[in-house]
Design a protein around this ligand. Sequence first.
Ligand SMILES: [Zn+2]
Length: 289
Amino acid sequence: MRFLAFLILLSSLLFSLNFEVSDTSIENGRTSLFEFKKEKGLEYKKLKLGKKSFNVYDNPLDNSKMYALLPVSYYEKPKNETLKIIYVQNSKTKTKNIVIEIKDGNYKKESIQVTKSKVNPKGEEVNERINKEYHEAMNIYATSTKKNYLSSEFILPMDSFITSDFGKARVYNDTLKGYHSGTDFRAKVGTPIISSNDGVVVLAKDRFYSGGTVIVDHGQGIYTCYYHMSAFSVTLGQKIYKGEELGLSGASGRVTGPHLHFSVRVGGVQVDPLQFVKLMNKNILTKEI
Ligand SMILES: [Zn+2]
């Protein structure tokens, strides 16, 4: 009996989850990646960080593995936080805690002093439209399908210069009013924009702030967004393949000049698109030969 107790103690000491994490120290606005090795009798369920939880999905290219993305909101403050890995082993739900460090991304700041009346000069009708468009987008981003459409690396939506990086803080009258939520590419009106990867068009319409907008669902809670377009080549619900034309760039919506604004949402969280693309391409979407 004593020997059996010893064996149980020993096996629980020796048992450890088989996973890899790209980074336990993450800057706000950036994404970390967990990869889990599939094992008999063990099922990985989700990651929980604070009130947010993120699903564990099948790896699209390697059926011996699963993965989960951990996007950190831009508005998170630097701190150490406990991340819970929820899994089921022998029909029992268990938790493994690890400590995640959230770091300051040290993004640039753009300070603007304006008179109060100019901060919100819009009428009721426009505010209603903005509100409706916001909720429509949030409903899309809150949806995550188990199915994924990814079979190879992400590509950039056009071959051009980057004119504005993700993350620059917009400070109006000393108050943080927002940040640059995507990456801007120089593009004169009429430049073709291509889909960054395979997916389904879940929004293609004109919006107040983002102008001509296309959102592509890549499955498993991953979305890419294309703003300020002047023409669409796709329609709502259309299956799209990587490199296919979504439409033409423009200067629609609230802009100072023509460009493409490219952004990414993961598990409902807006993240640095270029860091996300690199992370996925390096770890998940590259086939080992
Ligand atoms: Zn932009």
